[in-house]
Write a protein that binds this ligand. Structure first.
Ligand SMILES: NC(=O)c1ccc[n+]([C@@H]2O[C@H](COP(=O)([O-])OP(=O)(O)OC[C@H]3O[C@@H](n4cnc5c(N)ncnc54)[C@H](O)[C@@H]3O)[C@@H](O)[C@H]2O)c1
Length: 344
């Protein structure tokens, strides 16, 4: 298939680097034709690298540039306005997670997508939850489905990270504002730890948790300790911690089954998967580690496949409400001290 997907990068900040590296490595059918950011030095940097044209706003790019799809990578409170503008122009949309900071805003986005499809049949809307394509997460799912660790008993998801520079690179530091981000690390990076739990263990029914604020500059939570109960009745733990402190390496994932255990070590560019079972008592390193950074390319490649070939996406947009709803239920639980339902 030689058709190319002409794509506009909307927001040329921290995650745009990962998206572009992923496109270069995994998605040769994508051609970047516009790079958009009110910070024109950023837009121009990406334009120079890709041969695209730089614009300060999506509105101007829609008037003057040639593209079929947008890849929206802006602060959470700006998602709704830009995605709805793109739908109105008939552009396919890949939108960084979370879909929006509130369920009401998500519903408006989903309604706008449905409305746009009446005018533009086949319009694609995907939420970029890259954990769906994270090589070790996908491999763990395959192993679980093959029965390598028997039936899952429980899992531990632990996201722990020293405050990364990109959190405050932008002078507006939107992630420190609850109003802009919608919360703290559960609604943001936490989603990449919640999605795999859903991929492996099914839908989440309810959560109970406590929140903490070790990062004083962040209004939202920078620590989560929680229990996650699935429709199946099984329970996992979800922990998250961000602090201005050095942290020792620790597994990001442990999945215990009736016959063994899968461990996924921490790693943006590595993060080995180890399988422990009767045949592998000392742990088998199942494949060369690829790590979190190698999830973005397959995500962009899937988006191109869906748009160009009419394929089904690995997960539809509404499925991404599950991570947001889990985070919002955690916030309610921290207030009520009770289990809180994710879907009611
Ligand atoms: N999947 C992941 O692992 C991951 C990691 C980081 C961020 N993200 C998501 O990506 C999105 C962006 O996060 P980031 O870390 O890149 O933020 P960032 O602050 O580094 O970059 C955002 C960029 O958007 C630009 N921008 C602001 N308003 C704009 C507008 N109206 N039109 C176009 N551009 C505009 C800003 O100038 C900035 O360059 C968020 O949804 C975030 O949750 C995902």
């Amino acid at each position: 298939m030689t058709a190319k997907l002409k794509l506009a990068l909307v927001g040329c900040g921290a995650i745009a680097r990962y998206h572009l590296d992923g496109i270069n490595k995994y998605a040769p059918r994508i051609e970047i034709t516009a790079a958009i950011d009110p910070d024109m030095s950023r837009a121009e940097g990406y334009a120079a690298e890709t041969g695209a044209i730089a614009f300060p706003t999506l509105a101007q790019a829609l008037q003057h540039a040639d593209f079929d799809a947008v890849d929206i990578m802006v602060p959470h409170h700006l998602h709704e306005e830009l995605v709805i503008m793109a739908f109105a122009a008939g552009k396919h949309v890949l939108l960084e997670k979370p879909m929006a900071p509130t369920i009401d805003a998500c519903q408006r986005i989903l309604d706008a997508a449905a409305q746009a499809r009446t005018q533009f049949p086949g319009l694609v809307f995907m939420v970029a939850e890259n954990a769906q394509y994270w090589p070790e997460i996908v491999l763990a799912k395959e192993l679980i489905d093959e029965g390598a660790i028997g039936d899952i008993i429980t899992a531990r998801a632990s996201f722990a990270m020293e405050l990364p520079p990109y959190f405050f690179e932008d002078e507006t530091a939107w992630r420190f504002s609850k109003a802009k981000a919608g919360g703290g690390i559960a609604i943001d990076g936490g989603s990449h730890w919640i999605r795999p739990l859903r991929m492996w263990m099914g839908e989440i029914k309810e959560v109970m948790g406590v929140l903490g604020n070790p990062l004083p500059q962040m209004e939202g939570e920078s620590m989560v300790r929680s229990l996650v109960r699935f429709e199946s009745g099984k329970v996992a733990t979800f922990e998250a911690l961000m602090a201005e402190a050095v942290m020792a390496p620790q597994p990001w994932w442990r999945i215990n089954g009736t016959k063994g255990e899968i461990v996924i070590e921490e790693g943006l560019e590595n993060g080995a998967l180890l399988l422990y079972n009767a045949e592998n008592r000392n742990g088998l390193r199942v494949a060369e580690p690829l790590g979190y950074a190698n999830s973005f390319g397959p995500e962009l490649r899937d988006f191109a496949h869906v748009v160009l070939d009419g394929a089904e996406p690995a997960a539809d947009a509404a499925y991404a409400l599950g991570e947001l709803r889990t985070a919002l239920a955690l916030y309610r639980s921290a207030e009520s001290g009770q289990w809180e339902s994710v879907w009611d």
